[in-house]
Design a protein around this ligand. Structure first.
Ligand SMILES: Nc1nc2c(ncn2[C@@H]2O[C@H](COP(=O)(O)OP(=O)(O)OP(=O)(O)O)[C@@H](O)[C@H]2O)c(=O)[nH]1
Ligand SMILES: [Mg+2]
Length: 373
């Protein structure tokens, strides 16, 4: 299939492991180095997107939900936009900024437990440049950083030019975001943290769990704060196939609308590109590889996921046992989504601009304007 010279080279680099002399730790180190080298040398330089459509998924409940959210905007004091920390720079619905972005706005990058946070600073810097000054990373399943949400929202509301609270001490915040990013989980987590109360909003592992704008849910007593849960809303037109694939990998679009096969291939491409090689150990593959068919075949064999296929030959029907590629792709996606393949961030922030060149000074003083060098 799509097996470039580089991929072949990669397999050879990996293959050198068994042939190499020595053993134990030395070999492990060598193997680690080989993987690194392979990561640089053997991965695909790009992902072929031609011939693929951008997934479209804008069912009725999303359009209805968005209308309702717009109509309720006047009654809320602020907006918490929840997004997936694995795609901090892409996939947010631009309609939110256009139609709902006028209120005090907090961006919660949730599922931080699944994201590779080594470039967190660069990401925050990048978002700041886009005008997003209030960003928090959270893990709603373990209530990590949840204690920061209410104080920050309160501060944002109080410093907003619309703030004239008068007698009414309560605030109401709308929680928005694309599907399956953890909006309802955030509400439940805040209630657990501040009120020691159980779930108030239904949560689920696939997109489209919350179907309608819900009534106000109290999440804190002091200060008195209510949150409005809303259905996940995707942009009616997703910007590009690549963003669609990232959204799909994070489970915000129904898998079958995109196709598990291309999602698995894009996942493999991304893991290799970002040098996240945990999948090699996870499936006992022995070596990194950039050919999805070969990876899925080995996953299927390892998981004993095979299927009988009838093949018509000249002498009659023959039952052939084949690897179940779909089951393997599904397992690969599920492992990624549950963190089994390690922490991965699918977006890479643009490199920071280099600092301006230092002005040469003489004796600690900058040269006077217009003076000769
Ligand atoms: N690993 C991890 N999983 C999370 C986190 N927060 C939520 N989840 C899981 O993500 C899935 C979606 O959570 P929901 O709270 O239903 O997401 P939602 O945004 O309300 O989804 P819709 O209502 O469908 O738009 C569930 O399986 C949650 O358990 C988190 O911080 N880390
Ligand atoms: Mg929900």
């Amino acid at each position: 299939m799509r097996r470039s010279w580089a991929a072949r080279l990669w397999s050879r680099v990996g293959g050198g492991r068994s042939g190499g002399g020595g053993g134990g730790e030395g070999r492990m180190r060598l193997w680690g180095a080989a993987l690194q080298a392979a990561g640089r040398a053997g991965r695909r330089e790009g992902f072929p997107l031609q011939g693929h459509d951008v997934a479209r998924w804008f069912p009725g409940h999303m359009a209805k939900g968005l209308r309702k959210m717009q109509s309720l905007l006047k009654q809320v004091d602020g907006v918490i936009e929840v997004h997936d920390a694995r795609i901090p720079l892409s996939g947010r619905n631009p309609l939110f900024q256009e139609t709902l972005g006028i209120r005090p706005h907090l961006l919660v990058l949730n599922k931080m437990d699944l994201a590779d946070l080594k470039e967190q600073k660069e990401i925050v810097h990048h978002l700041e440049k886009e005008g997003l000054k209030n960003v928090i990373f959270t893990n709603c399943t373990k209530d990590e950083n949840i204690n920061q949400v209410v104080p920050l929202v309160t501060k944002m509301i109080e410093s907003s030019y619309r703030y004239h609270r008068g007698e009414n001490p309560e605030s109401c915040i709308m929680v928005i975001g694309v599907p399956n990013v953890g909006k309802s989980s955030l509400i439940n987590s805040l209630r657990r943290h501040h009120l020691r109360k159980g779930k108030a909003s239904r949560v689920g592992g696939h997109p489209g769990i919350t179907r309608a704008v819900m009534s106000k849910i109290q999440v804190c007593e002091r200060p008195l704060m209510f949150l409005l849960d809303t259905p996940g809303v995707l942009a009616p037109r997703i910007e590009s196939v690549e963003i669609g694939l990232k959204l799909a990998l994070c489970g915000t679009i129904l898998d079958h609308l995109v196709g598990e096969d291309i999602m698995a291939d894009y996942l493999l491409y991304t893991l290799n590109k970002h040098q996240r090689f945990k999948y090699v150990d996870h499936y006992g593959l022995g070596e990194a590889c950039d050919d999805i068919r070969s990876v899925l075949k080995r996953i299927a064999v390892r998981l004993r996921k095979t299927q009988r296929v009838k093949v018509l030959t000249g002498t009659g029907d023959v039952n052939v046992i084949q690897p179940d590629y779909s089951a393997a792709a599904y397992d690969f996606l599920r492992a990624f989504r549950s963190g089994g393949l390690g922490r991965v961030t699918l977006d890479a922030p643009a490199p920071r601009e280099p600092p301006p060149p230092a002005v040469a000074t003489v004796g600690g003083h900058a040269p006077a304007p217009g003076s000769a060098g």
